[in-house]
Design a protein around this ligand. Structure first.
Ligand SMILES: CC(C)CCC[C@@H](C)[C@H]1CC[C@H]2[C@@H]3CC=C4C[C@@H](O)CC[C@]4(C)[C@H]3CC[C@]12C
Length: 452
């Protein structure tokens, strides 16, 4: 087994890990690769600035298409392979360590559930398309207390397999993401089973990832939701089960990113209530506390309709309902219940926090303009040592530029003006000059022409 912190002294199993390379190891949130061959194991602590394109998708694909079969413009991409995205599941691997350290099957399942939810957190606001891995492509990530290897095991359909091990747990599985374009939305079915094994307890946990919906892929603000039931089954020992529901944001957005559900035993008795948001945290409390909270709210709901107490209650009810309990007066809920005076909807006193997301590294949310030099594919290819590719891209870009100018002239429109500058006179010299129009730093780049 691995000895944490002693990377040079691996004595274990043959195969992939015996060849210790001088590759740099990336901390979990460092999404961009650094050149290999570094002597020191050094990692980035910030990200190069980059944003995603807002080019109209309809111009590239048609309805109901399986997106894996479509070549997308590179400006839709984030500079990562999907294998690296898979490795991001491990960001909160410490939860599995915590699970293994617990003495009861229930507590272990609580932490495994937290891990399953936390594995989705890195997807929040990540709206670029990772590169399709090539068949046979691999990605390794070795950290203090675990290591993971991913391999693209099939190209059509695309399947990525992964295996992570550590002193305390093994985590493995495969993902076959199916993307469907439905006009307004893209639906993603990340098919495949994932398994956590805790050898010390001779226990395993299995689940399947929930579906992911990308909204407003053509017009408006692109956003993502994770949707559906996540069933985490415990095998061996107590055979408990966690059933979590990833809620739809709903029209008011109240349930945005919300996750909740129960851990039950083989007799379907509720043992623990789990609640939180996949972007933020997961908490646990006794089902009785959840019931009491609901009871109290129901009682308070009898206060006069329209009173502040009543509104508070409606807000809370709306956010806590799960399974059988649904308020019949849901229609009465209006915008005002979103106000400051509503109860903290994600608080049940007496709960314990199983997992809390850590903040993103610097620059991870900045957007740059899709015309930025840093996004030029020919330059990037040259940087990566692909001279032929760079030459081909350069020709393609120049042709694209020529064609776009031609088609604009054809429409007899006046020569298009530059976007951020205009010709004018330098007030000091009286000579012709180019003057800034302003507005760039508002970063509204949605109508920018795709020049790459
Ligand atoms: C053209 C643009 C809008 C397309 C952008 C598509 C991006 C956002 C899509 C493409 C592939 C998708 C991923 C496919 C599979 C999984 C595994 C699942 O367990 C969590 C979501 C996750 C990680 C998806 C997140 C969103 C994703 C990265």
């Amino acid at each position: 087994m691995l000895s944490p912190g002693k990377k040079t002294a691996h004595l274990h199993n043959a195969g992939y890990w015996t060849s210790t390379t001088g590759f740099s190891v990336l901390p979990m949130l460092e999404f961009i690769d650094v050149p290999c061959g570094l002597v020191e194991r050094k990692s980035r602590s910030t990200l190069p600035v980059r944003g995603h394109s807002e080019v109209n998708l309809c111009s590239v694909i048609s309805l109901g298409k399986d997106l894996s079969k479509i070549v997308m413009p590179v400006t839709f991409n984030e500079p990562l392979s999907f294998l690296q995205r898979v490795a991001e599941y491990m960001e909160y691997a410490k939860l599995l360590k915590l699970a293994a350290a617990e003495e009861t099957p229930l507590k272990r399942l609580e932490y495994v559930s937290a891990f399953a939810v936390s594995a989705l957190a890195s997807n929040w606001e990540r709206l670029g398309k990772p590169f399709n891995p090539l068949l046979g492509e691999t990605y390794e990530l070795e950290r203090e207390d675990f290591r993971i290897l991913c391999e693209q095991v099939s190209h059509h359909p695309p399947v990525s397999a992964f295996h992570a091990d550590s002193d305390d747990f093994i985590f493995h599985g495969s993902i076959h993401p199916k993307l469907k374009f439905w006009g307004k939305n893209i639906e993603i079915h990340p098919k495949g089973i994932v398994t956590v094994e805790l050898p010390k307890w001779k226990e395993a946990y299995t689940w399947q990832n929930v579906n992911c919906i990308l909204h407003n892929v053509v017009v408006g603000q692109l956003w993502m939701e994770q949707l559906g039931a996540l069933e985490i089954k415990q095998h061996g020992g107590a055979n408990l089960k966690a059933t979590l529901s990833f809620k739809s944001a709903g029209s008011s957005g109240k349930d945005l990113h919300r996750v909740e559900g129960f851990i039950t035993d083989a007799e379907k008795k509720r043992l623990v209530f789990l609640y939180g948001k996949w972007t933020e945290k997961l908490r646990a409390c006794e089902p009785s506390l959840y019931d009491e909270t609901l009871e109290r709210i129901k009682r308070e709901a009898k206060s006069p309709i329209g009173s502040p107490g009543h509104k508070k209650v409606l807000a809370k009810l709306n956010s806590l309902t799960i399974g059988a309990f649904k308020p019949s007066h849901q229609d009465a809920i209006d915008e005002s219940t979103d106000g400051e005076d509503c109860l903290p909807v994600d608080e049940i006193s007496g709960s314990t926090t199983l997992w809390e997301a850590t903040p993103r590294p610097a620059n991870s949310a900045d957007k740059i303009c899709p015309t930025d030099s840093r996004l030029r594919p020919d330059i990037r290819k040259l940087e990566n040592g692909d001279q032929d590719g760079a030459a081909a891209e350069k020709v393609r870009l120049e042709e694209k530029q020529r064609d776009s100018r031609k088609s604009k002239k054809h429409k007899k429109a006046p020569e298009p003006e530059p976007r951020w500058f205009q010709s004018g006179v330098n007030t000091y010299t009286g000579l012709d000059d180019w003057l800034y129009r302003g507005g760039y730093w508002d970063r509204k780049f949605s109508d920018i022409e795709d020049i790459f």
